[in-house]
Write a protein that binds this ligand. Structure first.
Ligand code: MG
Length: 242
């Protein structure tokens, strides 16, 4: 009886073990990722929301008064008109993948923070700095592709002024509970001209020019482009909700 029991046990063990070793046992078929196609000309994914295609500013408005965005458009790009103010998307976003191309003025004026300064603000609060840092030093946590005053970029991937550059940003939005407390931080990954410069870094809170980051509860919010007084240009802006 005891031998019979041991035989059965061994058989069951080997059977179960054999099942696990089958490749099919660890295949997962559901859910199947939905199909996204990428336009071979424009390189835009089919599920992206195009925020600027070079034609008009219909997706954008003045950040401060909600009126029409006053930045100029020529040759399929838009350019900051100094003093008209930041612009923001009419649509609001949470976690997202953002592609944006920018260009600092060909003619070099100013130095440090005064040269080709603009910025992309995620959820109107978290700035990925835009600055012409091609042979232009400034404080490291305020240079191009820094998370302003929070994270220094891993490398300086700047192109010369007048050249188009790209940011591909992956943003995980922070979360807050019903008591307005932050329960998980935001995170940002940035590729500058295809080079990894921010690798899933934690947002300590809002971008502050003076003082420490704040963590005031908020929900989805606009993407903002900064008017810092320099004629920085933008083109080919699209976003995917995550
Ligand atoms: Mg800036």
């Amino acid at each position: 009886m005891r031998i019979l029991f041991l035989n059965c046990f061994c058989f069951l063990f080997l059977f179960a073990h054999g099942q696990i070793l089958k490749p099919e046992a660890t295949e997962i078929w559901s859910p199947a990722p939905r199909v996204v196609e990428v336009d071979q000309q424009a390189k835009i994914p089919s599920d992206a929301i195009v925020l600027f295609d070079g034609k008009d500013l219909s997706q954008w408005e003045n950040r401060w008064n909600g009126e029409e965005a006053q930045w100029s458009i020529q040759d399929k790009h838009m350019t900051v008109v100094a003093g008209t103010g930041d612009i923001k998307t009419k649509e609001k976003f949470g976690s997202c993948q953002l592609h944006i191309e920018w260009r600092a003025p060909h003619e070099v004026n100013g130095e440090s923070q005064g040269r080709g300064n603009s910025g992309v603000f995620l959820q109107e609060r978290y700035e990925v700095q835009i600055l012409d840092n091609y042979k232009n030093r400034t404080y490291s946590n305020g240079q191009a592709a820094s998370i302003y005053k929070q994270h220094i970029p891993l490398v300086n991937a700047c192109q010369p002024p007048g050249e188009w550059q790209s940011y591909d940003i992956i943003f995980t939005a922070p979360r807050f509970n019903q008591d307005s407390l932050k329960i998980s931080s935001g995170y940002v990954t940035v590729l500058h001209n295809g080079v990894l410069v921010q690798n899933h870094v934690e947002l300590y809170g809002s971008t502050e020019y003076i003082g420490i980051p704040k963590n005031i509860m908020h929900g989805d919010a606009s993407i903002v482009l900064q008017d810092h007084g320099n004629p920085v240009s933008f083109r080919n802006i699209w976003v995917r909700r995550l």
